[in-house]
Design a protein around this ligand. Sequence first.
Ligand code: SF4
Length: 302
Amino acid sequence: MEIFLTEYAGVCVGVKRAIKMAHKTAEEAHGPIFVLHEIVHNTHVVNDLANRGVHSVDDVAEVSEGTLIISAHGVAPSVIADAKSRQLDVVDTTCPLVSKIHRIVKALADKNYTILLLGEKSHDEVMGVQGHAKDHIHIFHRKEEIPGLPMTDGPVALVSQTTQSIKYFDEILALLVERYPQLEVHNTICDATEKRQTSALAIAGNMDVMITVGSMSSANSRRLQEVAGGLCPASYLVDKATDVQAEWFTGQERVGVTAGASTPDYLIEGVIDRLMEISRERGMEPTVVRSESSEEEFIEVH
Ligand code: SF4
C-alpha cells in the first residue's frame, strides 16, 4: 500500500501550549491539581495528565482547594470568578485564538449586536464564548435552525467555533446574508483547523481510504473526517492504531492519513506503523509519503 501523510496533521500550537502549561503545573504546583473538563479533547492526553496527578472535574464546585487548570477551550468569566472566590489558584491555558473570540463577542455585545454563533451548543469552547456575551448570543449549527434565529433591523454579527468546516461556514454565510443584509462577518475558524482541512482535501480525492487520527470527543477531528469523507467515501476516524481494521483495505492501494489538532504525534506514527503492518500481511511492501510542512506553526492574533 502507499500511505500518504497530509501536509498539516496533529497537534496545533494552541494544544501544545496547553499541554506544556498543564505539565509544568503538575510538576510545580503544591496541593491537589484539577483540570476543568478535558485539557484538550484527546483521551490519551487526558489519561497521561491523570497519571501525572491532574484529574478532570466537570464543575468548579467539585474543587475545594488547590489549583484549577482551565482547558484550551476556555470558559465563561463567571467560571474564573467562581474559582477565585473559592481561593483556588487558576492556571488558564485558553488558546489565544479562543480568547480572541471572547474579546470579539464582548466588544460586539457592548455595542448591542445580535451575535450569531455557528457552533455546537454543548462544546466547551462554545459554552465559554457564550459566557462572554450571554444575552446577545444565539448558537446554531444546522441550516434548518436559521429560520428560528431572531429577526432584527439592528446590528447583527456572525462568529464561528474555531473548528468549524470552512466550506460549511461559507454555505451558512450565503444563507445568512439574505436574511440579514447588515450582517458583519467574523470568520473565527482558526488557522490550524483551516490548514488541516485544506491539506486533507488536497489528497482525499486521490485516495482509496482516508484515516483521521483523533478522539470522538474532538470536534476538529470529527470535522476533518467529514471533510475528507466528502471526497473519499471510505473515511474513518480512529482514536489509536488498534482501532484500524484490516478489512477496510481489502483491494485498496492508496491510504491518506490526517489527524486532528489535539492528536499527539506518537498516535499518528502508531497508525502509520499499523497500516504498514497490514500492507505487509497482504504481501505488499508499503511506502510512506510524508508531505509534512517544515513551516513552523504559530499563533497569530490580530
Ligand atoms: S485548534 Fe485552533 S483554536 Fe483550538 S487550540 Fe488549536 S490553534 Fe487554538
